[in-house]
Write a protein that binds this ligand. Structure first.
Ligand SMILES: [Zn+2]
Length: 222
């Protein structure tokens, strides 16, 4: 079992890297979450640039846009997102994208740059936008939401996407799958997402596990 801990700010990034140094199975990602993009500064960028080059750091993120809940304006979020894309390209590592409520705009911005690859984390938008992310070299990240009774539209999207473009993630401690909904989420519950994807694709849970593990290994080089 291997884990990637994405950061939400500089402080969190430092502790994620410390954990990754301590445990062989843990890797870190570093970035400023869009919900607090206004906390980004030249000093923060210096810290992210330094940490991003650490051998245990496998991606830049979470970064992106959040149209639902953010203390920063969309203009500031876009600027900070672009800084992350540029840093990812400079260092040669993929992106962990958070683009809640702004998925199409996120893809539009990314299409202005060379491919960095990565994952569109906690994806919940439409099929056409998912396909655009895949064309841009991203995998589509699925959380416990895929198991919720109200997520029929998302399940219809996932049914159309190839297994070679799907990743399973916790978003822990949030978004526990239906069976554990409202409880603290944890990596062991990912099997519930795998069961749902297996059902949608008409394949075994083992096949989903194999494909999504391979995808993570390919994207993050772990
Ligand atoms: Zn997120």
């Amino acid at each position: 079992m291997k884990y990637i801990i994405p950061a939400v700010d500089t402080e969190h990034a430092v502790s994620a890297v410390a954990l990754a140094e301590q445990y062989d199975t843990i890797y870190a990602a570093v970035g400023q979450h869009p919900s607090h993009a206004d906390a980004y500064s030249p000093e923060a960028e210096k810290i992210f640039r330094e940490l991003a080059q650490h051998p245990r750091v496998v991606a830049l993120g979470e970064c992106g846009l959040d149209a639902v809940k953010s203390s920063a304006s969309m203009e500031v979020q876009e600027e900070v997102f672009r800084r992350h894309i540029e840093l990812a390209l400079e260092i040669g590592k993929p992106l962990i994208l958070h683009t809640r409520g702004a998925e199409a705009r996120g893809a539009e911005i990314l299409s202005e740059y060379p491919r960095s690859g990565g994952v569109a984390h906690c994806y919940t938008a439409d099929l056409a936008t998912a396909q655009k992310y895949i064309q841009l070299g991203f995998c589509i990240g699925l959380t416990g939401i895929i198991t919720y009774p109200g997520a029929g539209a998302l399940r219809a999207v996932v049914k159309e996407l190839p297994l070679s473009s799907l990743l399973l993630e916790t978003d822990g401690p949030y978004l526990a799958p239906q069976k554990y909904r409202g409880m603290q989420n944890e990596p062991a519950y990912v099997v519930e997402m795998a069961k749902m994807v297996a059902e949608l694709h008409g394949v075994s849970v083992e096949e989903v596990a194999r494909a999504t593990t391979e995808n993570a290994a390919r994207i993050f080089g772990i």
